[in-house]
Every structure is written in structure tokens, then in C-alpha cells.
Design a protein around this ligand. Structure first.
Ligand code: PMP
Length: 338
């Protein structure tokens, strides 16, 4: 018999899928690590489970305890799944930038969701960082996971994502390309791959409006780089502790529009219905095509599923209002439907 004991045992071991059309102008082979195959539909299930396991081992999370986290979706989903199976409560603090559907999904798996204003500084008592920290102090037997600075985040990728990619490519991977937010995915995966072969190139994809790229290039935390952006799930306005910049070779920035348009192409041309950051990841890689050679084998990590973005990048009206969709194209679509 082949029976999983619970949903958590289905985390990881996601497929590597060759891209056949979208990267046809690149000289090399590009494959996608499609992590929406995780039970919570994102790569973040891996680190959520690891953060819970380490907190248990360290005695920070005790039976019947409450998990607290500032999260807008993917990490929350992973934590909620772990909490349901292991018997914890979850309180998630999120911002009003996130769609109501995201909060409803988290509530569906038993979490309590508190919505905070987006446009306040992190140190403001109303910010989601501050509220999460305060709740963790006030609620007995609770633990604030803090995915940004909790090194269990990158450890999950060092232990699972990295070894899976190495094995699936028979050690032939030459480049890893991955969007960077908390830094857990790229750092953990890169730490493992560079141990196996230090020549593997690690390319981080960032968004305009984030300070990570400038920090990588200059070591300077330049708040002048920071401005609001529409892309979701990656880019930061500070440098989380999960980063080890020494394992990253290059940072590339992508616009909100280019990432959104490429996500739509991924769905239409490859049948990969992915989230915003997956489009940005592929767009960043295509911007770097002159650095690639015929025998290269590029692995692009695609973080999550498109279902969370149906009211956004997969909605023509939403795209058009932001100038991401050519008005003429949009008119064509409408008239062809009429
Ligand atoms: N894309 C999506 C959709 C995400 O949820 C995240 C996690 N914030 C990332 C990319 C970036 O991953 P990481 O936080 O591990 O750097």
C-alpha cells in the first residue's frame, strides 16, 4: 500500500518540467521547478513545516500552542496545514494590500486573520510587523515564527529544494534562477548546490521598488530605492537574516508589467498556471539571455499557483487599468467575444 499518513507528507518532491516555447530564443535548456504541486499550492509549505518542527524541537511551540506570523498568504497556508495536522492555533497578521480571498482561504483552514494598514512604517504600532510582535508577547504559549529572520526558512531549502534539484538534474544544473523575498528559497537552495558544485551560477530576481539589488551590489541599505510596487511575494524594503549574499552571483530587477505579462504567457504557452513571481522569474532570466550558452541547464523556481491571482494578473480589466495590457489588444479581446 502507498498511503500518506497526513497531508504534510505530500510536501516537496515537486516535478522539474522542461519549458518548450517561452524560452525558445534562449540558447540553452530551461526547466522549471514547479512548486505549486505542494499541498498548499506553493513552495512555502516546505519552510512552514520546517519552522514548526524546529520550534517544537527547541521547545518554543508546545502542545495546544498558537502560531503567530505576519503573512499574506503562502507562508500562512503552509503554517495552517501544519497547525491543523499537529493541533496548533494560528493567528495571521496581514495587510489591506492583500485580496480578501487570500484571507478567506486562510480562514478556511482554521486560521484567524487580522488585517493591518499597508501604508505605515514597519515600526508603527499599527504595522503588521508590530502587531504580530505584540500578539506574540500578549498571548500565552504563542510563538512568532518570523519567516524573515528564522533560519529554519533557508534550512528547509538546503535540506529539500537543493537536493531535489541536484538529483533531478543528475548534477548537471549550471544556473539557478529564483525570485528573492525573505531570501530563504534562494539562499538555502544555493548553499546546497554550491557545496556540490561551486561553479553553479545563482541568479536572484528582484523587482523595481525593492532595495535588495542595490544592497547586493553596494552593501548599502538605500531607502531611496524603495517605492511601492505591484508584484507580489518578492522584493523587500529591508534585508532579512535569511540572506547569505556570498552564495548569490547576480541580482536582476524586473518591472511589475513585464512580470505580469510573462506570467500570462507561461500559462498560455506552457500550460503552467503560476503566480506573479513565476512570471517575474522567467522575465528576469530572459533579460539575462546573453550570458547563457548552448550546453547550459537552467533551473527556474516557480513559487506558487495562479489561482491566487485570478482577480489580478489573470483579469484583463485589472491588467488594463495598470497599463499592463495593450488597450488595443484588450479591445480586440472584447470585440472578438461580442
Ligand atoms: N514568490 C512567492 C509567490 C512567494 O510567496 C515568495 C515568498 N515570500 C517568494 C516568491 C520569495 O521566496 P523567499 O521568501 O523564499 O525569498
Amino acid at each position: 500500500m502507498d498511503i500518506k499518513n497526513n497531508i504534510l507528507e505530500t510536501i516537496g518532491n515537486t516535478p522539474l518540467i522542461r519549458l518548450n516555447k517561452i524560452t525558445r530564443n534562449l540558447p540553452c535548456t530551461v526547466v522549471a521547478k514547479v512548486d505549486y504541486f505542494n499541498p498548499g499550492n506553493s513552495i512555502k509549505d516546505r519552510m512552514a513545516l520546517k519552522m514548526v518542527e524546529i520550534a517544537e524541537q527547541e521547545g518554543k511551540l508546545k502542545p495546544g500552542g498558537t502560531i503567530i506570523e505576519g503573512t499574506s498568504g503562502n507562508t500562512g497556508m503552509g503554517l495552517a496545514l501544519a497547525a491543523v495536522v499537529k493541533g496548533y492555533k494560528c493567528i495571521f497578521v496581514t495587510t489591506d494590500k492583500q485580496s480578501k480571498e487570500k484571507a478567506d482561504i486562510l480562514k478556511a483552514v482554521g486560521a484567524e486573520v487580522i488585517v493591518c494598514p499597508t501604508n505605515v512604517a514597519p515600526e508603527d504600532p499599527r504595522s503588521y510587523y508590530s502587531v504580530a510582535a505584540r500578539l506574540a508577547k500578549e498571548i500565552p504559549n504563542s510563538y512568532h515564527m518570523n519567516q524573515y529572520d528564522n533560519l529554519a526558512n533557508r534550512l528547509a531549502h538546503y535540506e529539500t529544494t537543493g537536493p531535489e534539484i541536484w538529483k533531478q538534474t543528475d548534477g548537471k544544473i549550471t544556473h539557478l534562477v529564483c525570485t528573492a523575498g525573505t531570501g530563504g528559497t534562494i539562499t538555502g537552495t544555493a548553499m546546497y548546490l554550491k557545496e556540490k558544485n561551486p561553479d553553479i551560477q545563482i541568479w536572484a530576481i528582484d523587482v523595481y521598488g525593492s532595495l535588495l539589488t542595490k544592497y547586493f551590489r553596494t552593501g548599502e541599505i538605500d531607502m531611496g530605492e524603495v517605492h511601492p510596487y505591484i508584484s507580489e511575494g518578492f522584493g523587500e524594503d529591508f534585508v532579512p537574516k535569511n540572506y547569505d549574499m556570498s552564495v548569490i552571483d547576480h541580482f536582476e530587477q524586473v518591472t511589475d508589467k513585464d512580470g505580469a505579462v510573462m506570467a500570462r504567457r507561461l500559462a498560455k504557452e506552457e500550460g503552467l498556471f503560476c503566480g506573479y513571481s513565476a512570471g517575474s522569474c522567467l522575465q528576469g532570466l530572459i533579460q539575462l539571455k546573453d550570458r547563457l550558452k548552448k550546453d547550459d541547464l537552467v533551473v527556474a523556481i516557480l513559487h506558487d499557483h495562479g489561482s491566487r491571482y485570478v482577480g489580478k494578473i489573470y483579469n484583463d480589466q485589472w491588467m488594463m487599468e495598470r497599463g499592463f495590457l495593450d488597450v488595443k489588444t484588450f479591445k480586440d479581446i472584447v470585440s472578438s467575444r461580442a
